[in-house]
Design a protein around this ligand. Structure first.
Ligand code: FAD
Ligand code: SF4
Ligand code: SF4
Length: 407
């Protein structure tokens, strides 16, 4: 192999110093599985072979690098939710207007800037033309972080902003992102021009392209064009908020499964990083009871982030209720047959499941089991040669608890 060219100072250049971002719209290395995480839209594409979540599965190495050890597969909480110091539930005493939940993520971003912990926050704003089109940015002020609050529930090229780091003066960064983005970020972390990197993760599942989102909204909600916010809630219903303030809820069990089977991005149908294994701190909702947020502190840096907002939080321990297993097994079979329940039956099933179904951490495990089994089947059917290496050990162990249809 020829020696890399020296820079003008006579120094040997690192691979990213001589790489260029790929052209937008070209075919990216992960091909159909690409989640558009943004790495290839930066010069750090130089490391894509060993960094892309869909080309190389490296959970154990990532966890060891970020947290000092990989998860303990014999510990049920770590098997499901990843390396952790502790889990808790919380809500901001004064919820942030317009945030996805109570706004803990945005408040941490704001406080990280106000306290001088970091110089910038990687977050996702929205296009002025379209509320659901993500625009990643390096926020330098609290107002810019606040402007990025609320989910843009579409694939977002967060890592494209790495391209702006050289020469920006940013040496300490807080990165907010979902699992596939964080896997690639962790893999290139040691090559970034940063002194400090803090990672605040969101759990993530079933993401879609902007076009896919349109199909989902059109098949699910009364007036897709007025939706400004939605979330899959712990009461087994999707809650939509419209621009006129109206709310609308739809039971999970009434979704048009035959039409929606292909709506999720292939990346997300092959993803096993639901709980964001590489983040220092993870803030979601699915392990908490209704109305609260669910927090996993993975390491001391995660605790530093949480401490930024501790005085503003009302906290409570995590709880767990019910038994998810029969519901997960029935869901696997119904999904495979692409069953759509009539609305009245969906409402009835939803009514009972809400009262006697899994809650708290058991709801989180219900969602993980349901998505890992579906995704394992999808990978085995669509990428059979890749399945064994791509599905991580923790997911294989979870999947083995269920009967899956033939691949
Ligand atoms: P806010 O203060 O409103 O801040 C939201 C933050 O999300 C902003 O900082 C913004 O930068 C970031 N963001 C917005 N869109 C994106 C995007 N597309 N990619 C990366 N970052 C983005 N939690 C669960 O428990 N279970 C789930 O299944 C789940 N699925 C999710 C799917 C997606 C696509 C996303 C983006 C999040 C998901 N979450 C899930 C996390 C959850 O919905 C909330 O985002 C989280 O609890 C934080 O709420 P908040 O009010 O503190 O956030
Ligand atoms: Fe590149 Fe990210 Fe797509 Fe992988 S997922 S090919 S790293 S843009
Ligand atoms: Fe990325 Fe997985 Fe979320 Fe899809 S589901 S956007 S692959 S973290």
């Amino acid at each position: 192999m020829p020696a890399p060219p020296p820079s003008s100072a006579g120094r040997v250049q690192a691979p990213h110093e001589r790489a260029r971002p790929l052209a937008k719209g070209s075919i990216y290395p992960a091909k159909d599985l690409c989640s558009q995480c943004g790495l290839c839209d930066s010069r750090w594409v130089a490391y894509v072979r060993d960094s892309c979540a869909f080309l190389t599965q490296r959970f154990e190495a990532m966890e060891r690098g970020a947290h000092g050890r990989s998860r303990d597969l014999e510990n049920e909480d770590e098997l499901y939710f990843g390396v952790q110091q502790r889990m808790l539930t919380a809500r901001l005493r004064q919820p942030l207007e317009g945030a996805q939940w109570t706004g803990i993520v945005s408040r941490i971003g704001v406080r990280a800037l106000e306290t001088g912990l970091v110089d910038a926050v990687l977050c996702v704003g929205q296009s002025p033309e379209d509320r659901f089109t993500p625009v990643p940015r390096l926020a330098r002020t609290p107002a810019e972080v606040l402007a990025a609050r609320v989910n843009k529930p579409t694939l977002s090229p967060n890592l494209e902003v790495l391209e702006q780091l050289p020469g920006s003066g940013i040496r300490r960064l807080l990165a907010i992102g979902v699992g596939c983005q964080i896997q690639a970020l962790r893999a290139v972390q040691h090559t970034l021009p940063l002194d400090e990197l803090y990672v605040l993760g969101l759990p993530c599942v079933d993401n879609v392209s902007r076009q896919g989102l349109q199909t989902f909204l059109e098949s699910t909600v009364s007036s897709p064009e007025t939706v400004v916010h939605y979330e899959f809630m712990q009461d087994f219903r999707i809650h939509f908020r419209h621009s006129d303030g109206r709310t609308e809820t739809v039971p999970f069990f009434g979704l048009d499964t035959p039409r929606l089977k292909d709506v999720f991005a292939p990346s997300c149908l092959s993803c096993f990083d639901y709980t964001n294994a590489g983040a220092d701190l993870v803030v979601g909702y699915m392990g908490a009871t209704f109305g609260r947020q669910w927090i996993t502190v993975r390491n001391p840096r995660g605790q530093v982030l949480l401490d930024l907002v501790a005085p503003e939080l009302e906290v409570a321990p995590v709880t767990s209720r019910g038994d998810r297993r029969a519901a997960v097994q029935q869901g696997i079979e119904a999904y495979d047959r692409a069953v759509r329940l009539p609305r009245w039956l969906a409402e009835l099933v939803g009514f009972f499941v809400q009262r006697i179904g899994p809650q708290g951490l058991e709801y989180g495990r219900f969602s993980i089991d349901s998505h890992f089994t579906r995704n394992a089947l999808w990978v085995r059917r669509h990428h059979p040669g890749k399945a064994d290496a791509h599905i991580p050990a923790f997911a294989k162990r979870i999947i083995s608890r269920y009967r899956l249809p033939a691949a």
